[in-house]
Design a protein around this ligand. Structure first.
Ligand SMILES: [Zn+2]
Length: 389
């Protein structure tokens, strides 16, 4: 209506401006996005992450307890925390670690945090959950059995251990403090109405962020970013564009992986979805965070064993583990390896303007030409009306 009134007043300047915008914006915005696309170049450095070693760490976690796996409140979960401590102490006997105890529905739970390069005040968090799901809610035959959690839990944890080994070797050249953070109690929420009674998803990470001031010196230390790994070891690895994530950080991880040749795992046009995962509490706290996760829902899912008893070692790929590990390793060297050429990444990953992923952007792109055409038609009609007079 406003437009019609304006046109009736024959305010030519406004009309011409609107027409110009209607034509110019749909042309210039895609060009801007094209040229604004992150131009990063991986630094030239040999990557050490080994997928077969990480695969063995997945197998170790599965075999810790083959009855209850790593369900919160079980001996298997406790033994798995001790397994991480043993592994990290093999890497560095003096490594600093913290056990973060909390309860959910009176069950004792425990996040496990290891810190490397504590002399640096800027912190990069690498996170994963390590609990396995109590109920195989998507299993058509055995929905009450526990999930082994080879991919959903153990894969991200395995990658973190192997990353700790390779990053420790280069720690003197890395200008960042790195946290390796294993969350308990991520995976017990309700799926199709079945879960542990009274439990939500991501209990461990939300409790951790509630207490985060206890784990660092907030007057001297700052958080650069958080990278979450969830289901990173299955066959046919193909990451999605997860939209709770800080897009500049996730985009940089995608670009880093693609430059390593992992174009199938980091597709140009990934599935887009919003997944409530352990990174959300960190995003809400103000830390740029990204979730590397796959399309695990719908039929056919790209990896169809999510929350079934089939989430076992037979559907784990050492190649997928290596793709994930090497991409994160390269990302860390790109941003923090001293003495290399200046790297132009997206640090400090404050940009979250990923218009191509945005439904709003698509809406605007469609609506502008429609408005433009309507303006032109109305303008011409008002002119022809005048001519008749
Ligand atoms: Zn899960």
């Amino acid at each position: 209506m406003v437009l019609v009134v304006l046109i009736k007043k024959s305010n030519k300047i406004i009309v011409i401006t609107l027409i110009a915008l209607a034509v110019v914006i749909p042309i210039t915005v895609p060009i801007f996005l094209l040229f604004n696309d992150n131009e990063i170049t991986n630094i030239n450095i040999e990557l050490q992450f080994d997928g077969d070693t990480a695969y063995n760490y997945v197998a170790d976690q599965i075999n810790i307890n083959t009855t209850h796996y790593r369900i919160p409140g079980t001996q298997g979960r406790e033994d798995c925390a001790q397994y991480f401590i043993n592994k990290f102490q093999l890497i560095d006997p003096m490594i600093s670690f913290t056990l973060h105890n909390f309860t959910v529905q009176s069950i004792g739970c425990q996040n496990v945090l290891f810190k490397m390069n504590e002399n640096y005040s800027n912190i990069l968090i690498l996170g994963t959950h390590y609990d396995s799901r109590a109920k195989a809610t998507k299993d058509s035959t055995n929905p009450d059995l526990p999930v082994p959690g080879a991919n959903d839990g153990a894969s991200g944890s395995a990658v973190l251990i192997e990353l700790a080994r390779v990053l420790y070797e280069k720690r003197h050249n890395l200008s960042v403090q790195i946290w390796f953070l294993f969350f308990d109690a991520e995976d017990q929420g309700y799926d199709f109405g079945i879960g542990l009674s009274g439990w939500d998803w991501c209990e461990g990470s939300s409790k951790f962020v509630q207490d985060i001031e206890n784990f660092h010196n907030s007057s001297a230390e700052t958080f650069d970013a958080m990278i979450l790994l969830d289901m990173v070891g299955g066959d046919n690895l193909r990451f999605i564009s997860e939209t709770y994530s800080t897009s500049s950080l996730l985009d940089e991880l995608f670009e880093t992986g693609r430059q390593l040749g992992f174009t199938s795992a980091f597709p140009s046009y990934p599935t887009v979805n919003r997944i409530y995962d352990d990174h959300v509490a960190f995003v809400d706290y103000g830390i740029p965070s990204a979730d590397l996760i796959i399309k695990f829902w719908d039929t056919p899912a790209e990896w169809p064993y999510h929350h079934t008893t089939g989430d076992d070692l037979s559907h784990i790929s050492s190649t997928s583990l290596e793709i994930t590990g090497k991409t994160v390793e390269q990302f860390i060297y790109n941003n923090y390896y001293e003495g290399t050429n200046p790297f132009q990444g997206s640090f400090p990953w404050s940009g979250d303007l990923d218009l191509l992923d945005s439904e709003l952007f698509i809406f605007v792109i469609i609506i502008i030409p429609i408005v433009g055409i309507a303006v032109v038609v109305l303008y011409l009609r008002s002119r022809s009306n005048k001519d008749i007079k």
